[in-house]
Write a protein that binds this ligand. Structure first.
Ligand SMILES: Cc1cc2nc3c(=O)[nH]c(=O)nc-3n(C[C@H](O)[C@H](O)[C@H](O)COP(=O)(O)O)c2cc1C
Ligand SMILES: [Fe+2]
Ligand SMILES: [Fe+2]
Length: 395
């Protein structure tokens, strides 16, 4: 898709609607866009590229727009192959093209593509003039790779932000938020964040502080819409996610082989509802997709986990969820847990220790049921919900 987003700055990204799993992990039922931008000035600069799989469509698009002119500079904000895959081919198409990156970029450029020549290394705050347009480079390490940086074009107040503020979901007809219905992209921004950026809350906060005093008219990320009208909402969303700030609501995620732990989940939900909790999301960890569970955990401040004992340990799908939560260092949750066993109680111990490890505020009551959901375990759910909602309401 070619679309002029600001004076002589063109969106030249490509949609991929056939990819099933982004990073071979995360489902993308609405596809994904690899966004790239071309600045036509006295010098021509390309900001980020695309995946190798989409190279033909991408190259044709560039040639159409360039009308015989070469690309003078390729700015690499991020070396992950969904954006850098096209670099080798671009070098063949435009042999004099200078590649702009930072010290860390160039180590990866050599490692991935054996490219070591015609490079221009930039440091934080360095500028590059193209003619009318001037670019400034803002290093934002670990967002979500070590070399990640952003590029700011000052005359149009355009920020090329790399993966930050990006979403899953291909673009339908137009890249700019004001021209499209952005409703589906907001959930996909949170799911993208939860899946891919979620571990890097502190680097995201550092980057947001660096951006604070920079006048912005649009943010051009490498996936999903260009944020113009809703730019402030995108920044506010990243601020919330990276501070692990949860909205009112509770996620109950449980594992269950034969339904007994599942019954506890239902009982707990009923009890929460009786106590006025309106937003309750229940995930069966064997059915719900992990990035969707993580996305909801990022969204809501209440979290209740439940699972049976399995081979003297925790039900494996729940253990996997714990690993996903721990690796993202999700903080500030109000927590309770429940579980089932027949002869060893250790699943619940594992779940309650996990809450301590994460330094979450834990309810004083957890439910540990033997064999089936009897009257005693149902009473436990009442106690758990009471203790949990007290904590949620800050009592
Ligand atoms: C493969 C397998 C391994 C299990 N290992 C244990 C165990 O080590 N200790 C234990 O107390 N119960 C164990 N159980 C029993 C379950 O924890 C128990 O049946 C529980 O009620 C299952 O809850 P559910 O109905 O929600 O699946 C195991 C069950 C299965 C199928
Ligand atoms: Fe990335
Ligand atoms: Fe990306």
């Amino acid at each position: 898709m070619i679309h002029e987003i600001a004076s002589d700055i063109y969106y030249v990204g490509i949609n991929n609607r056939s990819k099933e799993l982004f990073e071979s992990l995360w489902p993308v039922p609405s596809g994904v866009s690899y966004n790239s931008y071309l600045i036509l000035d006295e010098k021509v600069a390309l900001v980020d590229a695309c995946d190798l799989n989409m190279i033909q469509e991408y190259a044709d698009q560039l040639e159409n727009l360039l009308n015989g002119r070469p690309v003078d500079y390729l700015i690499i904000n991020h070396m992950e192959p969904d954006h850098s895959g096209a670099i080798k081919m671009l070098r063949q198409m435009y042999p004099d093209m200078k590649i702009i990156g930072n010290l860390k970029t160039f180590g990866m450029l050599k490692g991935f593509y054996s490219i070591e020549d015609n490079l221009h290394q930039v440091a934080d705050g360095d500028t590059l003039t193209l003619g009318k347009h001037t670019l400034r480079f803002i290093l934002t390490p670990m967002l979500h790779w070590p070399e990640t940086m952003m590029t700011y074009e000052s005359t149009t107040e355009t920020l090329f932000s790399g993966d930050a503020f990006g979403c899953f979901g291909a673009l339908n007809g137009n890249p700019v938020d004001k021209n499209i219905d952005t409703t589906p992209y907001w959930d996909e921004m949170r799911r993208y964040y939860a899946a891919i950026v979620g571990k890097y809350g502190i680097p995201v906060q550092t980057a947001l502080k660096k951006l604070k005093d920079i006048p912005l008219s649009r943010i051009c990320s490498t996936h999903g819409p260009v944020w113009e009208e809703q730019l402030a909402d995108a920044i506010a969303a990243y601020d919330r996610y990276s501070r692990y700030e949860g909205e009112d609501g509770v996620v109950i995620a449980y594992g269950s082989m034969y339904g007994n732990t599942g019954q506890l989940a239902e009982k707990i939900a009923e009890q929460l509802s009786r106590r006025g909790v309106k937003k309750i999301i229940i995930h069966n960890v064997s059915v719900s997709e992990p990035s969707q569970i993580l996305s909801d955990i990022f969204r809501y401040k209440g979290l209740i986990l439940g699972a049976p004992v399995y081979n003297n340990a925790l039900f494996p799908k729940m253990e996997s969820l714990l690993m996903d939560i721990r690796s993202r260092q999700i903080a500030n949750r109000v927590y309770a847990c429940f579980g089932s066993y027949v002869w060893t109680r250790n699943a619940l111990n594992r779940l309650s220790e996990f809450g301590n490890e994460m330094k979450w505020k834990s309810a004083t009551v957890h439910v540990c049921q033997e064999c089936s959901c009897d009257l005693r375990s149902q009473d436990g759910c009442v106690q758990l919900a009471s203790s949990f909602t007290d904590l949620l309401n800050g009592e």
